[in-house]
Design a protein around this ligand. Structure first.
Ligand code: SF4
Length: 331
């Protein structure tokens, strides 16, 4: 029996961090054994908000590929490709734009939210409004069965399903309805206790050196009530403990929590345990990153052959799409 198909993408809008590793890449690695996976670097999506300055785009695309491979993605198992190298995404985006009511795009929650949140860029562009439509094209063009999503991303998938249905209603059954592969993504906090995000400048990047990671953890926010070594703390109020919950063993978590509450351990000792455990996760990633960074030709080959493979599926879908609309031939 053929495997079900999974589609997922990641935007190269900055360097990837530990939150991306835990929230997306580790899940991708798990899925590659069970499903036929298509993972793409959403470089066109990055342009929807970063069109004015593309000076770092190439660097960020490279960072995503290197980190995907370093985290354990295997190009023999999963198809890893760049969105912009499969130009059929753009054609489907255009054709879907013909059938998509404007109000469907305007009501996507992240559209208004991001416009309000991002103050330093002009997001009053068609590209930004059409972001969910491009995303729908990305998914539908692979006739994907599943898309890994967190609960808050469900509206994006729902609009894809609605657009696919609307297209099918007009032109016949072309697209299967993709389903969400609901995934519990742990919330990863940054060094200041807020969600780890490039916007907040609180990230531990996968490209950080061991020294930088150590420094970031050493200066990380703790429970504000633990001012002196003898002050008792509440681990639940400490971002350090939140990272322990992701990277430390259950036993270590318990030891840290008790030690914090009784003031038996100091924050420096607590952070040392976290640094050790983070290094255990990051060490193999750093080694593989160095390998790929020294071999740009190998990276280019991986992304080019992945894109060619993805394109075969996309071309095949577009033959059906053009035929369904009546754009295929005069006969
Ligand atoms: S002991 Fe650990 S968990 Fe408690 S406040 Fe210090 S760093 Fe945070």
């Amino acid at each position: 029996m053929s495997k079900k198909r999974v589609l997922s993408g990641i935007q190269p809008s900055g360097r990837l961090h530990v939150g991306n590793l835990v929230g997306a890449l580790q899940n991708w690695v798990k899925l590659q054994d069970e499903y036929e996976c298509y993972y793409f670097i959403a470089d066109w999506h990055a342009l929807t908000s970063q069109y004015a300055d593309t000076s770092q785009l190439k660097e960020y695309v490279k960072d995503v590929i290197v980190n995907c491979l370093a985290a354990g993605l295997d190009p023999e198992k999963a198809t890893i490709f760049a969105q912009s190298r499969v130009i059929e995404h753009a054609e489907l985006h255009l054709l879907l734009s013909m059938v998509t009511p404007l109000s469907w795009l305007e009501r996507v929650p992240s559209y208004k939210e991001k416009q309000l949140e991002v103050k330093d860029k002009d997001l009053n562009t068609y590209g930004f409004l059409g972001y969910p439509l491009l995303q729908s094209a990305d998914i539908l063009i692979y006739r994907a069965n599943y898309v890994p999503v967190g609960v808050d991303q469900m509206p994006h998938l729902e609009i894809t399903r609605e657009i696919g249905r609307r297209f099918n209603n007009f032109y016949g059954e072309v697209f299967p309805e993709p389903e969400g592969l609901l995934t519990q993504f742990p919330k990863v906090v940054g060094t200041d206790g807020r969600k780890m995000s490039k916007t907040y400048g609180n990230c531990i990047f996968l490209s950080d050196s061991p020294k930088e990671v150590e420094q970031k953890i050493r200066t990380m926010t703790t429970d504000p009530q633990r001012i002196k070594r003898t002050d008792k703390g509440d681990p639940e109020l400490s971002p350090v403990y939140h990272l322990h919950k992701i990277f430390s063993s259950k036993e270590e978590q318990d030891e840290v929590a008790i030690g914090c509450r009784t003031a038996e351990i100091g924050c420096i000792d607590c952070k040392k345990v976290l640094i050790k455990n983070l290094f255990t996760v990051l060490d193999p990633i750093w080694t593989k990153r160095n390998h790929y960074l020294e071999k740009p030709d190998e990276l280019e080959d991986i992304i080019e052959s992945g894109s060619k493979k993805a394109r075969e599926v996309a071309i095949d879908t577009m033959l059906g799409v053009r035929k369904a609309i009546g754009l295929d031939s005069l006969k």
